[in-house]
Design a protein around this ligand. Structure first.
Ligand code: GLU
Length: 454
């Protein structure tokens, strides 16, 4: 069977690292199986969905290396949903209800007080002509509910335990009892669709074979399988993964800007650091940076996904990024730096690689080499620096110059260790940390060094 999967974000905000998890589980699964990956914007909520968010989701996915085989917008597919809704109405499976939100809340409270499950009682199937006329005169419009197959044959009011099962590709055998659920609203009173029906119609129409999504959708799946059946369509396979949370167990909301893909990109983090973290956290695999998505696809193993929350520490993105940058070859680094309009040569890379936490850090060290730099000299070091200046070896510098210089300064001043090296580093680079000066000094050059010592 050829595999077709989809990622179905609603373009109502920027995607964050938690959304990348289902996007990548689907994408990597398609890669593993030579399948298709569909990006499908769940934008039926036209009041909250925007083109800008959809565009930025596409940009974010592209930055992560995710290339959809096709892109669809549900807002362009209403004719299909209308046809499916009509089919369900004709079969008596989609029925009109007129309760207001307050009325429903009252009923749920009453049911709870009586110790009954707060399940909708299908009052919509019992309205009298008078009631319907009353609703109409009040200007109410209907919302539409799907009649779940959770009742005795021919009697929708006789609820009975009705199990729906599926073999979840991540969680194993799952069972949901449809009698414990209210008939889902598929169409709101303003005529707009909730996510459920369009998603099912599209999954069937697009030949989606596997739906991999967060475990917050487990209960929906029982209902959705029933609707697939009512439409005469074959339900796909389902897999529900644990959700990423912060260390405190807090969920990631779409609005939590700090972990949005755009902000991680702007902070200079590597896309493969984000991808590796999003996929490997909360699995049996070590969270190590993969070189590329193909390598990460090789690590994807649904059976290794933990059943509990996938806690992650946002600072890990930085640590993984640094690991990736430290392992780059010169050719790779040069190419990456060029994209940021930073010219990189091999000696500079060799000197600064270990001190770059991101590619953008190359610019920082390049600036230290070429200047301008504000030399830092503590008052008590003024004389020491003046002595050091007088002992600076002749140019041009090579990798022995730093050793020659510090040896001479040590002999002249009696200083050693940090007391010897730190004032020199601060005056020459303006910083109290950085790359090995043995390598940096030849890049800074004799004249620049002399100038900074003055
Ligand atoms: N738009 C839904 C979500 O982001 C899609 C769920 C699904 O994959 O079916 O939660």
């Amino acid at each position: 069977m050829s595999v077709t999967v989809r990622f179905a974000p609603s373009p109502t905000g920027n995607i964050h690292i938690g959304n990348v998890r289902p996007a990548l589980f689907n994408y990597l699964f398609a890669m593993q199986n030579n399948g298709h990956f569909v990006l499908r914007f769940d934008d039926t909520d036209q009041a909250r969905s925007t083109k800008e968010f959809a565009d930025s989701i596409e940009t974010d996915l592209a930055w992560l290396g995710i290339k959809p085989d096709s892109i669809h917008r549900q807002s362009e597919r209403f004719a299909l949903y209308d046809a499916a809704a009509q089919k369900l109405k004709d079969a008596g499976l989609l029925y009109a209800c007129y309760e207001t939100a307050e009325e429903l809340e009252r009923r749920r409270n009453r049911a709870r007080a009586l110790g009954k499950p707060p399940v909708y009682d299908r009052a919509g199937l019992r309205y009298t002509e008078d009631q319907l006329a009353q609703f109409k005169s009040e200007g109410r419009t209907a919302h539409w509910r799907f009649k779940l197959p959770n009742h005795a044959q021919g009697d929708p009011f006789s609820f009975q335990r009705t199990e729906v099962h599926w073999d979840d590709v991540i969680r194993g055998r799952q069972t949901v009892d449809l009698a414990s659920m209210s008939d889902p609203v598929l169409i709101r009173a303003d005529g707009s669709y909730l996510y459920t029906l369009p998603s099912i119609v599209d999954d069937a129409d697009m030949g989606i074979t596997h739906v991999i999504r967060g475990e917050d959708h487990v209960a929906n799946t029982g209902v959705q399988i029933a609707i697939f059946e009512a439409l005469g369509a074959k339900a796909p396979e389902f897999g529900h993964h644990n959700l990423l949370t912060t260390i405190d167990g807090e969920g990631l909301s779409k609005r939590s800007g700090a972990l949005s893909i755009a902000s991680l990109r702007d902070s200079g983090y590597e896309p493969m650091a984000v991808c590796s973290l999003a996929v490997l956290t909360g699995t049996s695999q070590a969270v190590e940076p993969a070189q590329n998505l193909l390598e990460l696809a090789g690590k994807l193993d649904f059976s290794g996904i933990s059943k509990s929350a996938a806690k992650f520490d946002p600072t890990e993105v930085g640590q993984l990024t640094a690991k990736i940058v430290h392992a780059l070859s010169f050719a790779e680094a040069k190419q990456r730096a060029a994209a940021l309009e930073i010219a990189l040569d091999e000696t500079l890379w060799d000197a600064v690689q270990e001190n770059c936490s991101t590619i953008a850090d190359i610019a920082l060290w390049a600036g230290v080499v070429t200047g301008p730099v504000t030399p830092v000299v503590a008052e008590e070091d003024t004389e020491f620096v003046a002595t050091a200046k007088g002992l600076l070896p002749e140019g041009p510098f090579d990798e022995t110059s730093w050793g020659t210089w510090t040896k001479a300064v040590k002999e002249a001043t009696g200083r050693k260790g940090k007391g010897l090296f730190m004032p020199l580093r601060k005056v020459v680079t303006g910083l109290d940390h950085g790359p090995d000066l043995k390598k940096l000094l030849p890049l800074i050059g004799h004249q620049n060094t002399l100038d900074r010592l003055s």
